[in-house]
Design a protein around this ligand. Structure first.
Ligand SMILES: C[S@@+](CC[C@H](N)C(=O)[O-])C[C@H]1O[C@@H](n2cnc3c(N)ncnc32)[C@H](O)[C@@H]1O
Length: 264
């Protein structure tokens, strides 16, 4: 792993420990009591998963992965955080759901397992951590069966761009470029699940444009079925997401995309 990814891995080991305490974003007790904590949007847009093989990229500690299993999918999750994967395996045992969890950097995951999937899934807060969106899409595509599909629901690139400066509300003074793909370095990382949490660790994130993702998907041999944009996070998670230029200004903060493998 390169230094930036290694830094992020350490941060995610720390954040996982914080998330395992449970919160509104991570309602672990509800999940253990049988609640499906996926959001309506991904349940509706992914559709029936019964008996489908689903690969969850950046599965964190596996709660969403295991919810897909509760809906009938045969699930595999991948994440580079040691603590997240250990916790995911433990959680699967505790709720008695069969699942496979693999610790790996997604960008190095190509060819690591000899299996194909009907669905590759990634969600909320996945792509920001990825330095090479083309490679990420190729990895996703490499694990798809013919007619299998990639589904992503995540923060919109426009929102991520505006979110780089939470204090500037005057766009004429706004300094960052939507087209800046260089690594963003932040000291003292924060946590979306707990506003009071401030880490001593550094984080690296990357920006991609809408075109970057669409072109990377096409290059990876995928047909775009839809690319939906949403003016708010229509979900309970991240419900208080920052709205930099006022409540009444509509701009995309979330997107979802489905793209089907067209060649094999
Ligand atoms: C914001 S969390 C995903 C949250 C997930 N959607 C959920 O709600 O549980 C991001 C996850 O990506 C993982 N991650 C970041 N970069 C990665 C990489 N290069 N390879 C694999 N996992 C990575 C982190 O360890 C973390 O678990």
């Amino acid at each position: 792993m390169n230094e930036q990814v290694e830094t992020n891995r350490k941060l995610w080991n720390e954040l996982t420990e914080a998330h395992l305490k449970g919160s509104e974003v991570y309602p672990i007790e509800d999940f253990k009591n049988g609640k499906n904590i996926l959001n309506d949007i991904e349940i509706e847009e992914v559709g029936n998963v019964k008996n489908k093989k689903l690969l969850h990229l950046q599965c964190h500690f596996g709660m969403d992965t295991l919810c897909w299993a509760r809906l009938g999918a045969k699930v595999t999750g991948v994440d580079m955080s040691d603590n997240a994967i250990l916790a995911a395996r433990k959680l699967a045992k505790e709720v008695n759901i069969p699942a496979t969890f693999i610790r790996e950097n997604v960008l190095n995951f190509s060819g690591k397992i000899n299996e194909k999937f009907d669905i590759v899934f990634a969600s909320y807060g996945a792509l920001y951590w990825i330095s090479d969106i083309k490679k990420w899409c190729k990895v996703a595509s490499s694990y798809l069966n013919k007619n299998g599909f990639l589904y992503i629901v995540d923060g919109h690139p426009f929102y991520h761009w505006l979110n780089r400066d939470e204090t500037e509300t005057d766009l004429s003074k706004y300094e960052y470029s939507y087209f800046d793909r260089t690594a963003q370095k932040y000291e003292n990382a924060t946590d979306y699940a707990d506003e009071s949490f401030i880490s001593e660790m550094t984080e690296y994130g990357w920006h991609f444009t809408v075109g970057d993702l669409i072109n990377a998907s096409i290059e990876a041999g995928l047909n775009i079925n839809f690319f939906n944009e949403f003016p708010s996070f229509k979900i309970k998670k991240y419900g208080n997401a920052w709205r930099p230029i006022g409540e009444n200004v509509n701009f995309p903060v979330m997107f979802s995309m489905k793209a089907t493998k067209n060649e094999y």
